[in-house]
Write a protein that binds this ligand. Structure first.
Ligand code: APR
Ligand code: PHB
Length: 389
């Protein structure tokens, strides 16, 4: 087989890139390790920045998002029983949208299938050959049958555990990582959200987050030990701990119910440089990871896809490779700012095992400064709704 762009990974990054390229007449094939149902079964965050909203609409898949998504004008930050709102709309005239990543992925799959897009599921043994040559190709197995795709370019959209980043030689790659000493225990429950917008809660017992997917599907998280497992937490224990960490008025009105999903995610900050090697381009989680506190995971994948989509379009339509040549530097410039914000939000709101009394006072003062200073709220708002592409 031959295609212009071979995309490894059928998550949101790979699907969005494939759909955007298709609308510019650029051919791609998506190789996905799992099944479509498995990909759609992943529970991920649901906050979309304005840049992602624009890309979804440009890809022709924004209709259900605009119909079913919830526009949020701000978020609540709480410290024990004290709480305040950072109002993005009042502060900088911007908003975010709540629309589950599962729905984003579902809409992208539907669009690719409607357009006859080529997506190969259950691929195995994917290997990228000749990424640093002018004739790259990708080999893989399906049902034990060896396959080969010759292409002009390879987009590595295969996430943190994929093969793309590993294809770049160690003497070319430089990796930066920070692993946080705690995880997030998250549950999904068919209950009405405790508040119409999100509550990011800091407390002496640790962090908590109250989020949602729709009027009767709520998503809650509590900071937990890395030694915990979901089975260590009954629903009852989860709800009781959540109530201890959020403001009492929210705890009083919290509607609890059985969890329909319960999982623990570790938190890390990670970036690999460069995000390009020859004709291989890394996008999304294949190149970088953020702690979920700033809701930047999908949104940083989106800006990578924006830069790569425009670079490929400029090349195929105008024969100009400037966008491709500038991809890594441009993508990393925005990624590092999102890494900073995600690290800042995580440092601000979580309890760290080695915190001294002074550290706790600094954390408290940082939250109090955010509560009382408009410039601080503007800075948070600008980062949360998404810095410019
Ligand atoms: N071959 C083919 N597919 C692969 C391989 C491989 N060797 N390795 C991984 N994949 C697939 C995974 O099964 C997954 O479906 O690549 C896809 C990568 O998708 P994501 O991990 O969702 O990464 P990305 O598309 O960049 O989306 C980033 O997803 O993980 C969240 O928080 C993250 O919100 C962010 C978003
Ligand atoms: C979620 O709804 O899952 C969510 C929202 C905001 C975050 C992280 C997760 O910062």
């Amino acid at each position: 087989m031959k295609t212009q762009v071979c995309i490894i990974g059928g998550g949101p990054s790979g699907l969005l890139l494939s759909q955007l390229l298709h609308r510019k007449g650029i051919d791609s094939i998506v190789l996905e390790r799992k099944t479509k149902d498995y990909v759609l079964g992943r529970i991920r965050a649901g906050i979309l920045e304005k840049g992602m909203l624009h890309l979804m609409r440009e890809a022709g898949v924004g209709e259900r998002m605009d119909r079913e998504g919830f526009v949020h004008e701000g978020t609540v930050i709480s410290y024990g029983d004290e709480q305040f709102t950072v109002n993005f709309k009042d502060t900088i005239g911007e908003t975010v949208m709540v629309y589950g990543q599962t729905e984003v992925t579902r809409d992208l799959y539907a669009a690719r299938e409607a357009a006859g897009g080529q997506i190969v599921f259950n691929v195995d043994q994917v290997v990228i050959h000749g990424a640093d040559s002018d004739a790259p190709f990708v080999t893989y197995d399906v049902d034990g049958d060896p396959q080969r795709i010759d292409c002009d370019y390879v987009a590595g959209c295969d996430g943190f555990h994929g093969v793309s980043r590993q294809t770049i030689p160690l003497d070319v790659r430089k990796e930066y990582e920070k692993v946080y000493p705690f995880g997030w225990l998250g549950i999904l429950s068919e209950t009405p959200p405790v508040h119409e917008e999100l509550i990011y809660a800091s407390s002496e017992r640790g962090f908590a987050l109250c989020s949602m997917r729709n009027d009767n599907l709520s998503r809650y998280y509590i900071q937990c030990s890395l030694s915990d497992s979901p089975d260590d937490w009954t629903d009852e224990a989860f709800w009781e701990e959540l109530k201890r960490r959020i403001p009492s008025d929210a705890a009083d009105r919290l509607v609890t119910g059985p969890s329909i999903e319960k999982s623990i995610a570790p938190l890390r900050s990670f970036v690999t440089e460069p995000m390009r090697w020859g004709r291989l381009f890394l996008c999304g989680d294949a190149a970088h990871i953020v702690p979920p506190t700033g809701a930047k995971g999908l949104n940083t994948a989106a800006s990578d896809i924006h830069y790569l989509y425009h670079g490929l379009t400029q090349f195929y339509h105008e024969g100009d490779s400037a966008g491709l040549d500038g991809y890594s530097e441009k993508a990393l410039a925005r990624i590092w700012k999102a890494e900073r914000f995600s690290w800042w939000m995580t440092s601000l709101l979580h309890r760290f095992p080695d915190q001294s009394e002074f550290d706790l006072k600094m954390q408290r003062a940082e939250i109090e400064f955010l509560r009382t200073n408009k410039a601080a709220q503007q800075a948070m708002a600008e980062n949360y709704v998404g810095l410019p592409y």
